[in-house]
Design a protein around this ligand. Structure first.
Ligand code: PAF
Length: 282
């Protein structure tokens, strides 16, 4: 695996990878990699001839008082894990390459970024959309892969790729979970032993609530009960537990069509998010 920072070296390396019409898959990350990221690389290998990964902790997507400073940085381990997973090229851009002096362009996806994470973390999706556009424009992959754990982020990225004619296929990859159900996240490293034990209430209540709604339980009482369970487990504040349309991410008060149950809440000082598909039984 080649590891590059310099953008002109990256450009030459990409020309070499593309030679003979080979397909390139891109896996953008902020590092602190876990099995969820490596499953993106595995799927990328199925989708394309060559896999390019990026590690860039994007300051633009962190709000004031968020965890930019304490976000885990493990470049050496990440690089070894990507090499082992079969990644061909790792690009680690410098902040100056992504945001050169005078940088003043923002990519903003209006409706899809409005609710949920958009409300809880103002400016977050502008930061994500801007950096992802830059990464896609630089690497010009045939396909780019993102985890379904950040379900709203995935929807925002799909939208921008269509709206800006980026000519890239955006592929969502299912969430990877620990054996007790907790979704893998770089932020799980911040949980104390006690918080980690209690955090399992999040995937559990999502599963139970998704099943209750699938079985015909009215949506509002099901969501209220889910919030109570999370409160009892020590989650506070709960930013949202909502049933949404899987395409538009608009809230649903009755079950219909393709749906997603989404939630975000803090346990201690760590904010966790998760989501599940809901399918109404016939
Ligand atoms: O999901 C992430 O790790 C980040 O939001 C992404 C897509 C790499 C953009 O910085």
């Amino acid at each position: 695996m080649q590891t590059l920072s310099d953008q002109s070296q990256l450009a030459s390396a990409l020309v070499a990878l593309r030679a003979g019409g080979k397909r390139i898959a891109l896996v953008p990350t902020m590092g602190a990699l876990h099995a969820g990221h490596l499953s993106l690389v595995q799927e990328a290998k199925r989708q394309a001839d060559h896999v390019v990964a990026t590690i860039f902790i994007n300051p633009l997507q962190f709000g004031q008082g968020e965890d930019l400073e304490r976000y885990p940085r493990r470049e050496k381990e990440d690089s070894a894990a990507l090499k082992q997973a079969g990644c061909d090229l790792l690009w680690i851009p410098t902040p100056e390459q992504i945001y050169p002096a005078g940088f003043s362009t923002t990519v903003s996806v209006k409706d899809l970024g409005k609710h949920w994470e958009g409300e809880a973390r103002p400016g977050h999706f502008d930061g994500v959309a801007t950096v992802v556009t830059k990464l896609l424009n630089t690497v010009r992959p045939d396909v780019a892969l993102f985890g379904e754990k950040d379900f709203q982020q995935l929807a925002v990225i799909r939208r921008l790729a269509v709206d800006l004619n980026l000519g890239v296929e955006i592929l969502g990859v299912p969430t990877v979970r620990d054996c007790d159900g907790l979704a893998l996240s770089s932020r799980n490293a911040f949980l104390s032993q006690d918080e980690r034990a209690r955090a399992v209430a999040l995937p559990k209540v999502l599963r139970e609530t998704a099943e209750a709604i699938a079985d015909g339980k009215p949506v509002d009482p099901a969501l209220t009960a889910a919030r109570r369970v999370l409160n009892d487990a020590g989650f506070a504040p709960i930013d949202y537990v909502a049933l949404v349309d899987a395409e538009t991410l608009e809230p649903l008060r009755t079950a219909a069509g393709r749906m997603r149950l989404i939630a975000a809440a803090k346990i201690g000082s760590t904010r966790l998010i998760d989501n599940l598909a809901v399918e109404v039984r016939q």
